[in-house]
Design a protein around this ligand. Structure first.
Ligand SMILES: Nc1ncnc2c1ncn2[C@@H]1O[C@H](COP(=O)(O)OP(=O)(O)OP(=O)(O)O)[C@@H](O)[C@H]1O
Ligand SMILES: [Mg+2]
Length: 647
């Protein structure tokens, strides 16, 4: 498809476009709903493509729609006599709980007779269709009013009518290929459209619910209309019980922005945006909405900055540094070596091979003679006595004849003892009596049974930074392994804040097993019922494989051009135009793309009540710097906490 030569898609154009008045179509008064999208059982399926007569009628859209409308109203009056009206469901009470916006002014129009669009809603005609793209020329008033707005802007939806459907297009580009020097002269104005989906019109002239994909394409010369509120209602205000409201649509704030829970969670989602753009609030909002409707959920949220503890109130089980328990024997060999020997060691180092040999011996000793030991390796999550491991090293030291061989054993023993004594590692080595409490640990982390708390918030702020990656690796791996060994019985959502730290694109950063564990969830989790939510301020630093597996993306404000470019490259072409908005989005606004939302759309998240907001507010410099807070008791308390490593 030829691209227009003077595109105005982009930040400047978008900024200019947002200042324009709303298109007339979106301000149309709401039509009262007559019927839900449910098709009567006797209705035959709609024909997927127009019949031969359709071609002749293509250049007469108004005549065609007049006919359709006449048929539809006839059908409507006969149905009104024979069928009871089905009222659409009111939005769930919990969906409104967090909502500060006015309620939706209209309900979905799926199931209503297909109305012919008002003539003033017409903006132009189709002049090119190729695959999922179309180009329209603006006509009549939209084009005549030189220097005036056509009411279209990037990201808005328009409709095109075919014989059997209403096709929805997203404005992806606006341009005047040959601008005139004289503003009074007519100019050719071009609109690039991405075709997103359609609502089919059944044989009784009623509109069915919105579907992605196109079965009946618009043809050359077909009219293009502003999407009316009724059109938008069909797309966005779906009555599906699996949908939860998270905000409103930017194009028409009266319409709710909903996410489809199964589609959102089933195939992973990402929350991307610069610092302070509203990612944590959005995640808290989405999870609250989902968990209010699905009280037996299983969510594990990694909280590296201890900011989420108040976001979920009674719904959350909090695991803080004082109550975190991840015994050393739950770590696999690679993870344990990373903790003990650190980044610089290689798995081939002498110390690592000593551990590889001794750990299975220690595990077998714990299991006793009665057990079959064949399955035990250095990776098996079986308890063993840490002191017994040190004792085994001592025994070898006692038997060594050459003093020069002592080095690795002495170093290893010293390191193990240092870890055991370090209070920061008490979550690994703190338990005095060794017991096999793996079931209890799993039960607590994955909320089985739920007991009214479907989400576990793991506060990682107390975990020493040098092993934070290893701890995340253990949690990621445990989540996936649990899903495998539980035979997919319980779908789990794993939410990872600051994901670029654990799964960086740069292979020389981070800890390879963590990235591998997260990648595995991203690639195979869907089949095992493990869903991933990645949150990051630096999408370009996150492993691109992981991001590309996220089927729903919420892109909030993003100022870094590398990040913007990266996000654009991972998205389908249909959302590309919308991505030019990224630097201009306000806090708590996002471009939502993918399977969790009906079409790529700019949404405004609902306001999260102050008491549920993650503790991530910007430091109040101007306020705090007005009062003296420098007494010695304050500093003493800080020093004490610092030394004890207790916040
Ligand atoms: N949906 C919302 N409702 C109410 N306030 C919001 C919302 N979204 C953002 N905010 C406001 O913006 C501030 C920053 O939001 P948030 O902490 O979610 O940003 P962030 O993108 O997670 O930042 P960071 O990357 O630094 O963690 C919040 O403290 C809150 O005041
Ligand atoms: Mg945040």
């Amino acid at each position: 498809m030829p691209r227009p030569t003077a595109p105005v898609a982009g930040a400047t154009a978008a900024a200019a476009a947002t200042a324009r008045p709303a298109p007339p179509g979106t301000e149309a008064p709401a039509q009262p709903p007559e019927q839900t999208s449910k098709q009567p059982p006797t209705a035959p399926p709609p024909s997927p493509s127009p019949g031969p007569a359709a071609g002749a009628a293509r250049n007469e859209p108004h005549a065609r729609y007049a006919r359709l409308q006449a048929a539809a109203s006839e059908m409507a009056s006969s149905l009104a006599r024979s069928e009871p009206e089905t009222q659409p469901k009111a939005p769930a009470a919990s969906s409104r709980e967090l909502t500060s916006n006015p309620p939706a002014a209209s309900q979905p129009a799926a199931g209503q007779p297909c109305q012919a669009p008002a003539p003033e809603a017409r903006v132009g005609r189709v002049v090119s269709v190729s695959g999922a793209q179309a180009v329209a020329l603006l006509e009549s008033e939209a084009a005549e009013g030189q220097g005036q707005s056509c009411g279209l802007e990037i990201g808005k939806l328009v409709t095109m009518r075919t014989e059997t459907s209403v096709v929805f297009g997203l404005v992806a580009g606006l341009s005047i290929p040959v601008p005139s020097q004289d503003p009074t002269q007519p100019e050719v104005r071009v609109v690039e459209l991405e075709l997103l989906g359609e609502t089919q019109i059944n044989e009784r002239g009623r509109r069915l619910s919105f579907q992605r994909g196109i079965t009946s394409f618009p043809s050359l010369g077909d009219s293009v209309f502003h999407a009316t509120q009724e059109d938008l209602g069909i797309v966005f205000a779906s009555q599906d019980a699996n949908n939860v409201r998270v905000g409103s649509i930017h194009q028409d704030r009266r319409l709710p922005a909903c996410v489809a829970v199964d589609d959102l969670l089933g195939k992973h989602f990402a929350m991307l945006g610069t610092t302070g753009s509203g990612k944590s609030c959005a995640v808290a909002l989405i999870l609250r909405q989902i968990l209010q409707e699905h009280q037996n959920g299983h969510v594990v949220l990694l909280d590296p900055h201890n900011e989420y503890h108040r976001a979920f109130g009674e719904m959350a089980e909090l695991i803080d540094p004082g109550t975190l328990e991840l015994p050393f024997w739950l770590f696999n060999f690679e993870e344990f070596v990373e903790v003990v020997l650190g980044r610089k060691s290689s798995p081939d180092a002498i110390e690592a091979s000593i551990l590889n040999e001794l750990i299975p011996i220690a595990k077998r000793q714990f299991l006793g003679d009665a057990e079959d030991h064949r399955y035990v390796t250095a990776d098996t999550p079986v308890p063993y006595r840490f002191n017994y491991l040190i004792q085994l090293i001592d025994e070898i030291i006692g038997k060594l004849e050459k003093p020069e061989d002592l080095g690795p054993y002495m170093r290893l023993k010293a390191r193990l003892k240092a870890l055991q004594a370090d209070s920061r590692f008490s979550f690994m080595f703190g338990s005095v009596a060794l017991r096999d409490n793996m079931s209890q640990i799993i039960s607590r982390i994955f909320r089985i049974p739920v007991q009214g708390r479907p989400i576990t918030i793991i506060d990682l702020s107390g975990v020493p930074s040098e092993i934070l990656n290893v701890v995340v690796s253990v949690l990621c791996r445990m989540t996936f392994d649990f899903a495998i060994w539980s035979d997919r019985a319980l779908p789990i959502l794993f939410v990872c804040e600051e994901a670029h730290r654990y799964a960086p694109q740069n292979p020389s950063l981070g800890f390879e097993p963590t990235k591998r564990a997260m990648s595995r969830i991203a690639k195979e989790g869907r089949k095992y019922g493990v869903s991933l939510c990645v949150i990051t301020q630096r999408p370009s630093e996150l492993d691109s494989d992981i991001l590309s597996q996220c089927n729903t993306i919420f892109a909030l404000r993003m100022s870094n051009s590398k990040d913007q470019e990266f996000v654009r490259s991972t998205l389908s072409e249909s959302a590309e135009g919308l991505m030019y908005f990224l630097p201009l989005l306000r806090t708590a606004e996002a471009i939502a793309v993918g399977e969790g939302v009906p079409v790529p759309v700019r949404i405004c998240f609902d306001e999260l009540p102050r008491e549920y907001r993650p503790l991530s507010g910007t430091a109040p410099f101007s306020h705090t710097w007005k009062v003296e807070k420098g007494d010695s008791a304050f500093i003493d308390a800080v020093v004490e906490r610092w030394r004890r490593q207790q916040r």
